[in-house]
Design a protein around this ligand. Structure first.
Ligand code: 6PG
Length: 233
């Protein structure tokens, strides 16, 4: 586990953008990047959008989870990344893999799982060959990651790569499961603010009542935080 603790949210966004850009620049071939939603990542995405020096043509964009709302809905994780990162960079549509948000939530999750398996080239994960190059994760005050919420059966899913999450938030959610989240060369939490400090401390202490405390990274594992989020460490 590698930590970066920055003075404030602005410094965190500066650092996180530089760090992500460095990982993309150092990668050989395709770079499969699973984006997080929520409010925290926007400043980081905006800074990445200014990095015209990066070879973005090798990056394939995915999402760790999505709200089951139209892509132009203000709470859409797709819209967050589209507006702050993908459109400003002019990323071509075939490199962008949003969750479908039509039909039923369960069917949409299964469509995404089928797409991930096609891109991965297998029906089952091989720990020696991770699906993603970088899984960028936010952390909820309750210790959730993606849309894996405390106490839900989704936390125990070991076969499916994706699930629909009908309860726990105002919108129905779509989410990667732990096996898919963990199939990544690198996982990085991006966490800002005092409200997250208990969840940060609990997750890092292995508190299994928190979804983030259940995470078993297979590759490199990073915490990118500001001082407020790291206040209880
Ligand atoms: C989402 C995210 C979710 C988020 C955390 C933190 O769809 O909202 O994927 O897991 O990362 O809830 O959200 P904030 O960054 O808004 O605090």
């Amino acid at each position: 586990m590698t930590d970066a603790i920055l003075d404030d949210a602005t410094a965190l966004a500066d650092y996180a953008a530089e760090w992500i850009a460095g990982r993309i620049a150092a990668a050989q071939g395709i770079f499969r990047f699973a984006l997080t939603g929520g409010y925290t990542p926007r400043p980081t995405y905006e800074r990445l959008a200014a990095r015209k020096d990066i070879d973005w043509s090798k990056v394939e964009f995915y999402w760790g989870d999505e709200r089951f709302v139209p892509h132009d809905n203000p709470s859409s994780n797709y819209r967050l990344a589209h507006d702050s990162l993908l459109k400003p960079l002019g990323i071509e549509a075939q490199k962008i893999h949003p969750w479908p948000v039509d039909g039923t939530p369960d069917a949409a999750a299964r469509v995404y799982e089928t797409m991930l398996k096609r891109h991965y080239g297998a029906e089952r994960f091989d720990m020696r060959r991770p699906l993603f190059d970088l899984q960028l994760l936010g952390l909820g005050d309750d210790g959730h990651l993606c849309s894996l919420f405390p106490g839900q059966a989704s936390l125990k899913e070991t076969q499916r790569w994706t699930l629909a999450v009908p309860t726990g938030r105002p919108e129905i959610r779509l989410t990667l499961t732990f096996p898919a989240v963990e199939s990544s060369k690198a996982i990085a939490f991006l966490v800002s603010g005092k409200a997250k400090a208990p969840a940060v401390a609990g997750a890092r202490a292995g508190d299994t009542s928190l979804p983030a405390g259940l995470l078993k990274p297979q590759g490199e594992f990073f915490w990118l935080m500001d001082r407020d989020a790291a206040a209880l460490l």
